[in-house]
Design a protein around this ligand. Structure first.
Ligand SMILES: [Zn+2]
Length: 280
């Protein structure tokens, strides 16, 4: 009997180290961060940034089942301004980089479930390929402008900027960083014909630098997003920090997904630390 209790206690402790179920439920605005949807190439060293299409569908069905309402950036703004009611359980679904697989594999699932999402585009690379991680992963096709328009016309997808060329903003002069922020916004607005109000820092780099955040606001972005894992309080104070996000990774189980969404993290460790070291 005693040993059964001991085993149960041992398992509970092990599970508590692995999963953060014991954390209090979070208050605030959960923002999911995806990159690539599909099966990771065998040789990919960045496998965790690939989420299989079947897992993506399962996660969105779970989200929907729990009554979350995924918003576009402009709906978030309108709710913030009191023009539309804020849903009881708001959430943002975001994708970084604008890979063609977002159009090919993520969009049909979003359409099937009638859910809204937001994609941060690297506008100098549209219709071309991602070249920025070449040292660690082969380039991947990015969506074309025509595909971006198709997504926008569906009414389900809104775009944000992820700079012109996916460079690390903190490595640039302030003048060049301003150019990346302003020029990408202008090009997206001219090509897509609507206002761009959100920005995500490539690699999360610069999100902790007040001078770069100031440039982002001066460029006209209402919301700026880091890759710091967690959930920002809502209402959000733009002077505090860039909006945190919840990285959804290829190895996440549905329990991990649930805990990230409701507790702000699934594990004790920051899953992006190893990745950040790789990318540094
Ligand atoms: Zn990126």
């Amino acid at each position: 009997m005693f040993s059964a209790v001991a085993v149960a206690a041992g398992l509970a402790i092990a599970a508590s180290c692995r999963w953060a179920w014991w954390r209090p439920k979070i208050q605030g605005l959960p923002v999911l961060m995806y990159h690539k949807i599909g099966d990771a190439p065998r040789s990919s060293p960045l496998k965790q940034l690939w989420v299989a299409a079947a897992d993506f569908r399962r996660q969105l069905r779970h989200l929907k089942g729990l009554g979350y309402a995924p918003l576009s950036f402009s709906e978030l703004r309108d709710a913030e301004l009191g023009k539309i009611p804020m849903p009881q359980k708001p959430v943002l679904i975001t994708f970084d980089d604008g890979y063609a697989n977002n159009h090919e594999l993520a969009f049909p699932i979003l359409k099937e479930l009638n859910l809204k999402a937001n994609i941060f585009l690297v506008c100098a690379g549209m219709g071309d390929a991602s070249g920025w991680d070449k040292k660690i992963e082969p380039a991947l096709p990015l969506m074309t402008w025509a595909q971006a328009r198709e997504l926008q016309d569906s009414g389900l997808i809104e775009f944000g900027s992820h700079t012109l060329s996916h460079r690390r903003l903190s490595a640039l002069s302030l003048e060049d960083a301003r150019g990346e922020l302003m020029e990408s916004k202008k090009r997206l607005e001219q090509t897509l014909g609507r206002e761009i109000i959100a920005f995500a820092y490539p690699y999360g780099d610069g999100a902790d630098r007040p001078e770069l955040r100031r440039l982002a606001r001066e460029a006209g972005y209402r919301y700026d997003f880091s890759i710091e894992p967690g959930v920002s309080p809502w209402p959000w104070d733009p002077d505090s920090q860039a909006l945190a996000r919840l990285p959804i990774l290829g190895q996440d189980t549905i329990i991990d997904f649930h805990l990230k969404l409701t507790r702000g993290r699934a594990k004790l460790k920051n899953p992006l630390n190893a990745l950040k070291r790789r990318l540094a």
